[in-house]
Design a protein around this ligand. Structure first.
Ligand code: NAD
Ligand code: ISE
Length: 336
């Protein structure tokens, strides 16, 4: 049986997910699309076998030929699409962030808990990347001892000059580093501090690069560099320093070229190239779970905890102070 998916938001990543559902993954198809920019939805529908274009998210979610909903609109629009999907009992894949405020995340958690089952997977795809999975397996095996520090480097070649704001370096970009810090260290963030370096003049007035230090509840530290106009490519690095050893993400190059007394490899252009297999894997997992009426993978609880840290980090960036992160008690639905 083929899972019938309605896609809300047909911008960059919405189009990429439509491509993988239509051409890469088995047992799924895009049957409906919507976007506030209708022409963009129509162009996306034209690349599917027969997706219907809806005027708004509500009509798409209610449609009989939609079994499950994939949300790839802007972060502030996620909550208004998740709520009716939960009310209709339809599984949801929501691109990160779950929502842009803690309050919105808590409303979503409350609504999901009321359904009595997990219906939401959030698009934190790094957990599906082969290198991150190997790093997590190494930490969990105990081979390098207890982890003490995680260093994360998140560099974008460039970001859209007219749309990207300084706050997005935290709420749109650093959220991935918050996610993998919690996941690799298997702990919640207790407090966060953020400082900014001298601004990269390429980014105009953006606060870029920034450097964050997160103290985990158990005492380990996670450090994050976010640079969003680094120019040379999309460069993601991570290293765990532990009591008896260290482990880092390898470079993603299949080959290194040596010529003219130099050696070189490719730096991915952007997130689409670097994480292409991880996006395939996360959507494949969601299709299997949604076909059974639920969701697995990064949960609404993860989405909430990450937004809580992101809110604190924004406060920290604006004040220069360390800011505490406080979370509600985790509902049993999200027990591991
Ligand atoms: P984008 O600006 O290219 O596309 C967003 C689309 O959403 C636009 O077409 C816009 O018209 C549409 N939209 C906005 N409000 C809407 C609404 N209420 N209903 C329907 N459509 C609406 O942005 P993007 O880069 O594709 O990002 C979309 C989401 O995906 C964001 O939450 C972003 O953080 C996330 N994202 C995740 C990754 C990742 O690595 N996991 C990468 C890129 C983007
Ligand atoms: C984008 O939304 C993503 O999620 C990418 O993974 C990230 O690297 C980029 O900075 C964000 O803008």
């Amino acid at each position: 049986m083929s899972l019938k998916i309605g896609v809300i938001g047909t911008g960059m990543i919405g189009q990429d997910h439509i491509r993988r559902i239509t051409h890469v993954l088995p047992n799924c198809e895009v049957t409906a699309v919507s976007d506030v920019a209708r022409a963009r939805a129509e162009a996306a529908a034209a690349k599917t076998s027969n997706a219907v274009v809806h005027d708004d998210a509500a009509s798409l979610i209610a449609a009989d030929n939609v079994d499950a909903v994939l949300i790839a609109s802007w972060g502030p629009a996620h909550e208004e699409a998740i709520m009716p999907a939960l009310a209709a009992g339809k599984p949801v894949f929501c691109e990160k962030p779950l929502a842009t405020t803690q309050e919105a995340c808590l409303r979503i958690i409350e609504a999901e808990v009321a359904t009595g089952r997990r219906l939401i997977q959030v698009g934190f795809m790094r957990r599906y990347d082969a290198a991150y999975k190997a790093l997590k397996a190494t930490v969990d095996s105990g081979e390098i001892g207890a982890p003490l520090l995680f260093h994360s480097v998140h560099r974008n070649a460039s970001v859209p000059q007219d749309l990207y704001t300084s706050d997005m370096a935290v709420s749109d970009t650093m959220v991935h580093d918050i996610d993998v810090s919690r996941w690799l260290l298997d702990d919640e963030v207790a407090r966060v501090r953020v400082t900014a370096a001298k601004p990269n003049s390429v980014g105009g007035k953006l606060r870029d690069p920034i450097f964050a230090v997160m103290e985990m509840r158990g005492g380990a530290l996670a450090t994050v560099e976010v640079s969003v106009n680094i120019g040379y490519g999309y460069d993601i690095r991570g290293e765990i320093s532990a009591e008896k050893g260290a482990a880092s993400l390898g470079e993603s190059n299949p080959i290194i070229v040596k010529s003219s007394e130099k050696f070189s490899g490719r730096v991915p252009a952007d997130w689409r190239e670097r994480f292409i297999d991880a996006y395939d894997a996360e959507i494949a997992e969601w299709v299997v779970a949604a076909s059974r009426g639920g969701s697995t993978g990064p949960s609404a609880w993860d989405g909430y905890a990450i937004t809580a840290v992101s809110d604190a980090a924004l406060k920290a960036a604006n004040t220069g102070e360390a800011v505490e992160v406080s979370l509600i008690d985790r509902p049993a639905l999200y027990d591991k």
